[in-house]
Design a protein around this ligand. Structure first.
Ligand code: K7E
Ligand code: CUA
Length: 623
């Protein structure tokens, strides 16, 4: 069956939908006939081509930072060309840039050399992207910070205590006070505690966690956590403007079920969105109300009321998104045909009036009818919502495989555009900030079959560029990406000012050298330090002699001060390749554990005599 037909069908909320929602469609339908004309008539195609064409030498208008899912990476695209510009390795070694092989990045990764990146979060000032840092979550309970000065991963914190399955992350507050996290898979806490699965509902706990961010350096440190029932926290978004100070997270499995969750966790008609007053939590911690659990201060809402409330939401909601003015909190049951717009002021009134219908482990449940403004009939399987500059909202529809455009306030659905196929997140230009830019929207789709040359069973995912500058949305372009795009963020290119060379005077590395005369070997017992200089087109020294059993540290400085002049250092038979950018020093430490002669060479093509950039490590047999 093809996807379009499936999307057009009216499905009940029964098993059919549950089956359709499970990952993959179980079959691989061929491309719908006419897919090649998706952009419309010939003249439409010419217009679309012009809108996405960035001539050779010209630059794109936006950067798109797309999560790389279980690749552990972040992909950088230019918009509107959709050209892939860079891969930023975060949780995974990446020989192309030497990441995870030199001493510093290897230590930063630790023993976990994979993770699952879902949600990039650009740093914000007053609710708008400031272009300083990009935070990304790892499902293992980590958050990483990428510095947008050099597009390098500079810090990984975690696994954060008590957070298990960090899906609801990383979402930053409007002035980047915190990166927020939440547990998807509740466990007995602190980690290491054992309780049988039969005691899930009572002995397993979730948490929402705040990671503090230093406003000058971006350095992250553990903040505080709030204990929650064992729901599966899914996605979050920070309040902004009038709702600044609040944080929202969706959950599924408010049933506290185990086993076959697609059935057991879909029994209730409603799950929840948590509304967390993070300023109140901050104050409670300052007042000493936190208790140490697993090495971090945790607040128990039973003992400290007023921190967290539950907003009933359609069954098994996924995304939650706050409108640019901070007034509306949009959340959808992913099995429904409507998305709900909650009104922040009504939420505050309901809290003040104690307009509750009950509680969950001491957390008050707000009355749905009192806090909602509208149920917008967007279509089937609403997941995520982004915003334009003109009061329009865009909601991805997984089951319908489409994007719906609708108006905040009038709740009118004005347009739909099909996606090929099965859209998850979507990303409009600065579309989750206080000042969305409009123009472009990218659908991040799960399936792409028939839209590209076949590459066998491991099919790429698709990014579809949509023009949102006019009343009607128009599909412009199909691009493809490696697994697994979840969320992405798009930032005006001119907001970023990346460096292209590390200035010599900024290099404070203790082993940096700038003169080839200083290159060479020094020894302390069986510890050998080799200061290495790389410059077109020689690696100094050209031969390095050590003894079997020595622990060798190579400190390699690329003394170039010219853009684009990277050098590599690959050592044959040893498991590393290092890449050193202009002006940078990196170290790599290894044990010379076998005698022999091992060539090393520059792996980055750097000059006409790049091929000559080689040398030998001679490991003498132990006497
Ligand atoms: Cu919808 Cu992990 Cu944000 Cu995937 S998530 S789609
Ligand atoms: Cu240096 Cu190639």
């Amino acid at each position: 069956m093809n996807q379009r037909k499936r999307g057009g069908m009216t499905w009940g909320l029964g098993v059919g939908i549950l089956a359709a929602l499970s990952v993959g469609w179980g079959c691989a339908p061929s491309a719908p006939k006419g897919a090649r004309k998706a952009a419309g008539t010939t003249s439409d195609l010419a217009v679309a081509a012009q809108k996405t064409y960035v001539a050779p030498g010209d630059l794109d208008e936006f950067y798109l930072f797309s999560s790389g899912g279980h690749s552990g990476q972040v992909y950088v695209y230019g918009v509107p060309s959709m050209r892939h510009l860079a891969t930023i390795p975060v949780f995974t070694p990446y020989p192309a840039t030497g990441y995870g092989f030199d001493d510093d990045t290897k230590a930063m990764l630790g023993n976990l050399t994979w993770d699952d990146v879902h949600h990039p979060a650009l740093s914000e000032t007053n609710g708008d992207y400031d272009g300083r840092w990009l935070f990304v979550n790892g499902m293992s309970g980590r958050i990483a910070r990428i510095d947008l000065k050099d597009f390098k991963t500079r810090q990984i914190v975690g696994p954060v205590p008590n957070v298990s399955g960090n899906h609801g992350s990383s979402f930053v507050t409007p002035n980047t006070e915190y990166a927020m996290m939440a547990s998807r898979f509740s466990i007995p806490i602190p980690k290491g505690t054992v309780a049988p699965i039969e005691r899930y509902a009572t002995d397993y706990r979730g948490v929402v966690a705040a990671i503090k961010i230093d406003s000058k350096t971006g350095q992250m440190s553990y903040g505080w956590e709030i204990l929650t029932p064992p729901f599966d926290w899914d996605l979050g978004d920070a309040g902004k403007k009038i709702s600044d100070g609040w944080m929202f997270w969706t959950c599924y499995n408010s049933e506290r079920a185990t086993g076959k969750l697609e059935v057991t966790a879909s029994q209730r008609d409603r799950d929840y969105i948590a509304a967390v007053d993070w300023r109140a939590a901050e104050k409670a911690i300052a007042d000493g109300k936190g208790e140490m659990v697993g090495g971090v201060k945790v607040l128990d809402p039973r003992k400290v009321p007023g921190l967290i409330y539950l907003m009933p939401c359609g069954k098994s909601p996924h995304g939650v998104d706050v409108s640019p003015d901070g007034k509306y909190v949009i959340g959808s049951g992913k099995l429904q045909g409507v998305t709900t717009a909650f009104n922040f002021e009504k939420i505050q009134t309901a809290i003040r009036n104690k307009d509750f219908t009950g509680d969950e482990d001491g957390i008050p449940v707000l009355k749905y009818e009192s806090i909602k403004d509208a149920e917008v009939p967007v279509g089937l399987g609403p997941l995520h919502t982004q915003f334009g500059p003109d009061g329009y909202a865009y909601t991805s529809l997984f089951v319908d495989s489409a994007i719906a455009k609708w108006k905040l306030g009038t709740w009118e659905v004005v347009d739909k555009v099909p996606m090929s196929y099965s859209i998850g997140h979507l990303c409009a230009a600065e579309g989750d900030a206080c000042s969305p830019k409009g123009k472009y929207l990218v659908g991040l789709n799960k399936l792409s079959h028939g839209r590209h040359l076949s590459v066998g069973p491991s099919q790429p995912e698709s990014l579809q560029l949509v023009d949102i500058s006019e009343e009607k949305m128009k599909l412009l372009y199909d691009a493809f990406t490696e697994p697994e795009p979840h969320y992405a963020q798009m930032i005006t290119a001119t907001t970023l000012h990346p460096i292209e060379v590390y200035a010599k005077e900024d290099n404070k590395h203790p082993l940096a050298i700038w003169d080839i005369k200083d290159a060479g070997v020094s020894r302390a017992g069986n510890k050998v330090t080799v200061k290495v200089v790389e410059v077109r087109s020689t690696i100094y020294p050209t031969a390095i002699e050590v003894t079997e059993g020595d622990t060798v540290t190579l400190a390699i400085t690329n003394i170039e001060q010219t853009t684009d002049e990277l050098h590599g250092f690959g050592l044959l038979d040893y498991n590393f390749n290092i890449v050193i950018d202009p002006g940078e020093t990196k170290t790599v430490t290894f044990k010379a554990d076998k005698p022999g002669v091992f060539p090393y060479y520059c792996t980055n093509f750097c000059s006409a005599l790049h091929q000559e950039m080689q040398g030998y490590l001679i490991v003498k047999e132990k006497a």
